[in-house]
Design a protein around this ligand. Structure first.
Ligand code: HEM
Length: 485
């Protein structure tokens, strides 16, 4: 009798604990299969993007948190802005998928572990202060005018702008990171840009093929051999550049005053820290430089494409952008200066609204190192945590027109959510984008030069995407430029 009572109590308590643990788990996104979880929904580039969109929607409808299963591994997907900020300020280590780029980016800011990141970010922050960024404005004007002249060969035709935009962002990124000159252009156009383009494809391919996640298999694959060769190509390009610059800087006694207006590429800043403060090894300098390029060129290319798509479709918006530019420049045919940029208030609203509707990096991830209490749930150590930036930008806090493109919302504080972390196109929490201000300046200058010269026309209704780490337009992103009279 006593045994029977014990048994009943044991069963009742076990069932209660099981039900309780189930109840305290966030809901699992529908469609998970035994063993593989949601992996079957990651086959094919377009279906990954569809899965991200559906997961974001599901998470928004279920209190801002849900579970996506990569095989047996739980990824907690967040779309609540406060929970996201809390989670990403606690978990500073990146999710395992980022580690696939470690061979190239090592201790660079995107992939470094939390400890190293804290030290390096503090050291590198001054290289992105406003004074330094202002010294890049001349180069931004030069490269934007190159882009305008490149587009002049395609007037009246419906063009895929990816090729000229990639060249534009690669030129400007290599100029500001390495300080390469016009005579190095062939090197940038051919080997340097090509290596980054192909490496990005390799990382993505590995990420989407679960068997290649296993180091034993990947390290023996043709893909790994290709990756090693391209990484070596980049090392062979960078080493002589670093060596030459070090000699030049030694001759000038490492003048690294951030408070003068002289153009100083990021490499100079890194070399100063390496040689005068013993902060970085040469390998780490290369890793930081590679990181800036990887983090900058595709994000900027896609953002500019989408910005042109938006103003090409919304003609009224384009004319307001044009009028604002003409007013700020006093109708003069001149370059943009540091004083002009803060006055381009409407253009800034258009850029932000484009990034809100289409955050170029729609999803980011962290590794959970300690049990983390998020609202009513506890996220266990050892799992992963993702934030859907796309989801946060569709949150009801943006109002009933959250799905609409409406730059005017940025001009009226009363129409914006009352939360600092509502707009997250540049990331969430401490590890937000270091290139945020730089890229906003670049987009203003590039689009400013284009809109002054050309009418832009696009067809947004045909726009389609796939997910390649960034949100990549695949269809309907052709744009027509015609000369303004
Ligand atoms: C429109 C363009 C851009 C967008 C939308 C963008 C977006 C982002 C996002 C969402 C993150 C956070 C990633 C994460 O949490 O895992 C990030 C990080 C980062 N971005 Fe950007 N980015 C852009 C342009 C740039 C540019 C131009 C640079 C370099 C000059 C850059 C350098 C970086 C770096 C180094 C990080 C890592 C920061 C850290 O962990 O300390 N980004 N970016």
């Amino acid at each position: 009798m006593v045994v029977a009572v014990y048994l009943i109590c044991f069963v009742v308590i076990s069932v209660w604990l099981w039900v309780r643990s189930r109840r305290l788990m966030p809901p699992v996104v529908p469609g998970a299969l035994p063993l593989i979880g949601h992996m079957h929904r990651f086959l094919g580039l377009e279906s990954i993007w569809n899965t991200i969109e559906e997961t974001s929607k599901f998470s928004l409808e279920n209190g801002g948190i849900s579970i996506l299963k990569i095989c047996e591994h739980n990824v907690y997907m967040l779309t609540d802005p406060d929970l996201s900020l809390m989670a990403f300020n606690i978990s500073l280590n990146k999710m395992f998928l980022y580690h696939f780029t470690k061979d190239l980016m090592g201790n660079g800011l995107v992939t470094s572990d939390a400890q190293t990141w804290k030290i390096h970010r503090k050291l590198i922050n001054p290289a992105f202060n406003q004074q330094v960024l202002n010294s890049f404005i001349n180069e931004m004007n030069v490269q934007s005018k190159w882009l305008v002249s490149e587009l002049s060969t395609k007037l009246g035709k419906s063009v895929n702008v990816r090729k000229p935009l990639i060249k534009f962002t690669m030129n400007i990124t290599s100029r500001i990171s390495l300080g390469l000159n016009a005579e190095d252009q062939t090197l940038i156009d051919k080997d340097y840009a090509h290596a980054f383009e192909v490496l990005s494809v390799i990382y993505y391919e590995r990420g989407t093929k679960p068997w290649l996640h296993v180091p034993f298999i990947f390290n023996r694959s043709a893909l790994k051999r290709k990756q090693d060769k391209l990484t070596e190509t980049l090392t062979n390009i960078l080493n002589p550049v670093i060596h030459k610059r070090r000699l030049e800087m030694k001759m000038n006694s490492y003048n690294n005053n951030e408070n003068d207006d002289k153009f100083k590429p990021l490499l100079n800043h890194l070399l100063y820290l390496a040689d005068e403060q013993n902060a970085f090894s040469d390998t780490e300098i290369r890793e930081h430089l590679n990181t800036f390029v990887i983090a900058a060129y595709d994000t900027s290319t896609v953002s500019l494409t989408l910005l042109l798509m938006m103003i090409g479709w919304h003609k009224g918006v384009q004319e307001r952008v044009y009028n604002e530019i003409q007013e700020v420049l006093n109708n003069e045919d001149r370059d943009f200066t540091k004083n002009d940029l803060p006055k381009l208030v409407y253009l800034e609203a258009v850029i932000k609204e484009t990034l809100r509707c289409y955050p170029t990096i729609p999803i980011i991830g962290r590794q959970v190192d300690v049990d983390m209490k998020l609202g009513k749930y506890t996220i266990p150590a050892g799992s992963s945590c993702g934030v859907s930036l796309h989801g946060i930008h569709r949150h009801p806090m943006w109002g009933p027109d959250a799905d609409q493109f409406n730059p005017d919302r940025w001009l009226d504080p009363a129409r914006l959510p009352n939360l600092a972390n509502a707009f997250v196109a540049f990331g969430v929490g401490k590890r937000y984008c270091i290139g945020k201000t730089y890229t906003m300046m670049l987009m203003k200058i590039a689009v400013g030069h284009i809109v002054r010269q050309y009418h832009v026309q696009s067809d947004l209704s045909r726009l389609r995407f796939q997910f390649e780490g960034v949100l990549q337009p695949t269809k309907g992103h052709r744009i027509t430029f015609t000369k303004r009279t």
